[in-house]
Design a protein around this ligand. Sequence first.
Ligand code: C2E
Ligand code: CA
Ligand code: CA
Ligand code: CA
Length: 281
Amino acid sequence: AKEDVHRRIKVFEPVMLYRRQLRRQTARELRQAVSNGELFLEYQPVVELQSGRLQGVEALVRWNHPSRGLVMPDDFIPLAEETGLIVGIGRWVLHTALQQLAQWRRLLPADRKFLLRVNLAASELQSMDLVDFVRGSLRKTGAEPGELVLEITESALLSGGDVETYSLRSLQALGVGLEIDDFGTGYSSISYLHRLPVDTVKVDRSLISDMADDDGQLRFVAAVHNLIRAAGMDAVFEGIETAKQARQLQEMGCCCGQGYYFSRPLPAVQVTDLLREGRTL
Ligand code: C2E
Ligand code: CA
Ligand code: CA
Ligand code: CA
């Protein structure tokens, strides 16, 4: 057993070293990614479950790395959060997505509601001038505050520092929508769900993944939905992959959902086509 341990350490060290170097290099490259124009956005449709109409989209960032090719956010957002680079990236995402929203707005009838969801990392909420940036970006792009929804994870919402609380209150005062992201994964904030300063709840896909062939899980999801409704909020379900899941959620009376069953994240032009054609999903 002792030999095993030594052998493992010998293998482990170079790997650790390599990982650290890779991280450092990735951080250096990521610092340039925004100014080099290497980031781009895709938009995943969020669908009204009763009608199949587009309720809006969620903006999701991707990195077109010069040598590694397409890098997905799970492989660089955590590093961006640790290094503080997320603040610059997040602002690029927000402004770019709002510019796109303003273009889509021109295709839509004035009374048609269309929501843009943008993810916000915990450290972005800690930045003092977030609210000024959001306000400025809304003004420059001409987007309506009521068309923007910021998705924030439970842990970020619950950290509850002064700056965070100020930011959340000011964003709500602006008329921007706030949503809990990944609900059901982090701390379970069930006891104070109704006191969180949010309007909607995005239920994590892990909650619905077994629902189609597990009656217990189906009842549990229905209970979670009722709980969210009891707190006076609407639920959006993510990770809907099958027709059966979509039907079950529709039968529960759930408002909205997103997932590969309806659509993968799409380039902006494909969303434009969907809106032009007025298609349902
Ligand atoms: P998220 O906010 O929970 O976004 C949903 C993720 O689930 C997306 O992955 C989406 O492509 C994926 N997804 C959608 N439908 C399905 C489905 O039916 N099945 C499965 N298995 N997955 C589905 P993506 O684009 O790789 O993003 C991963 C995470 O990266 C996001 O999770 C979010 O936490 C983060 N992220 C993405 N863009 C941004 C951003 O602009 N800012 C920040 N702070 N975080 C971002
Ligand atoms: Ca999200
Ligand atoms: Ca999520
Ligand atoms: Ca997630």
